[in-house]
Design a protein around this ligand. Structure first.
Ligand SMILES: Cc1cc2nc3c(=O)[nH]c(=O)nc-3n(C[C@H](O)[C@H](O)[C@H](O)COP(=O)(O)O)c2cc1C
Length: 374
């Protein structure tokens, strides 16, 4: 049904325009109590056995919305209504910014993929903090976990990046169930250089201190989000640094700048014509899974791992959990699968768990590594 609708309507629209239309519908539905309750009952039935505890937080399940879909925290309840067990908003930067010139979002339909060079278009951390505070004060329609993903303002030079992240942390930490330092988007020049440990160490240390200074009644979990394009040694280096700094989690991965070796069906000249940007969706699945496996082999259960990149089905989610992810996220497949996506994932995941030798999802996390070494 959605696929038919997608082919008939959304596919004919500019992808960013289609995003705005879908986003507006989701927000509208979430504002009308009868519609909201009905939609949640149909799209987000709960499975007790999928309840997940991660980062010291209790969630209905392990599957959340990856950053980038709700950059400004405008549709948290709408996304919870659709069944996402957590919603990561952002990336938010200290200063509001328009992002890159349009066109900046492209579909590779044959590959179930997207290419984007949005460039952190967002309202800025002061406005987003206000929106988050208003939501909490107004008794939210859904109790859902809200992650806040922060990045660097484009016009701020790399040398002043730490102060920029600290400003956003001071404004947003109080409203975040968890905080993510994004150093892996390919669309802000120089951002990914912050993944090098010499740059990452002072950045994460300063953000941790700022979060602790601002929020004194609890410890806000801090995570870092990394790129799939890191060399294996660099993945290991980030993992070691995360353990050393007492970080709570690593999110693997962001979009890729690679175009080769992804097995794309879309003709090369079409892909070339699209130009620069981060590729997401099905072709990212393998590399993203490899990075996750590598991280788990390095850190085990000392750090919470969040698997994201090319996740489309309950089988994909299950595979990430066995590979070491406690939480799993998705974005691109939502565009292709539509509003019943989370429901299918939850149902399939409950079936996988029931058919597995594991009593709980927590028992399944990283199980493939234990089998290999046993
Ligand atoms: C249009 C678009 C915008 C995105 N914006 C952000 C962002 O602002 N911050 C971020 O950390 N990741 C962003 N991402 C990356 C996603 O969060 C995710 O890591 C990536 O798309 C891989 O997951 P997927 O294959 O399920 O889409 C964006 C992805 C897309 C497709």
């Amino acid at each position: 049904m959605y696929r038919f609708f997608f082919r008939l309507v959304f596919r004919r629209m500019d992808p960013e325009q289609a995003h705005h239309v879908a986003f507006a519908w989701i927000r509208l539905a979430a504002r009308i109590p009868v519609l909201r309750t009905f939609a949640a009952a149909v799209l987000a039935p709960r499975h007790k056995e999928l309840r997940t505890e991660a980062l010291g937080l209790r969630m209905h399940g392990p599957f959340g919305l990856a950053a980038g879909f709700d950059k400004n925290a405008a549709a948290i309840d709408g996304m919870a209504m659709l069944g996402f067990d957590h919603v990561e908003i952002g990336t938010v930067t200290a200063q509001p910014q328009p992002g890159n010139p349009k066109k900046r979002l492209f579909r590779l339909v044959a590959d179930r993929a997207l290419i984007n060079r949005m460039g952190f278009n967002n309202d800025g951390s002061a406005a987003v903090a206000r929106r988050l505070a208003e939501r909490t004060a107004g008794k939210p329609a859904f109790r859902t976990t809200v992650g806040v993903n922060i990045g660097k303002t484009k016009i701020v030079p790399e040398a002043e990046a730490v102060a920029d992240y600290v400003t956003s942390t001071e404004r947003l930490a109080a409203h975040a169930d968890y905080l993510v330092v994004n150093v892996s988007s390919p669309n802000t020049p120089g951002l990914r250089n912050l993944q090098a440990t010499e740059a990452l160490r002072p950045l994460l240390t300063a953000v941790r201190e700022a979060a602790d200074r601002t929020v004194t009644d609890r410890r806000v979990p801090l995570l870092v989000k990394i790129a799939p394009d890191l060399a294996d040694e660099d993945v290991d280096a980030v993992a070691d640094l995360a353990v050393e700094l007492g970080l709570d989690g690593i999110i693997a991965t962001n979009t890729t700048i690679a175009r080769e070796g992804l097995g794309l069906c879309t003709p090369q000249r079409t892909v070339e014509a699209i130009g620069a940007g981060g590729l997401s969706g099905a072709p990212l699945k393998q590399r993203s899974l490899e990075v996750l496996r590598r991280l788990y082999a390095r850190v085990g259960d000392r750090i919470t791992l969040v698997g994201v990149g090319g996740v489309e089905t309950a089988d994909d989610v299950w595979e990430r959990i066995l590979a070491g992810a406690t939480l799993v996220q998705g974005y691109s497949a939502f565009i292709y699968e539509g509003p019943f996506w989370c429901r299918a994932i939850h149902r399939g995941l409950a079936e996988r768990l029931a058919a597995s030798p594991y009593a709980t999802l927590a028992d399944a996390v990283g199980a493939e590594h234990r089998k290999v070494t046993a």
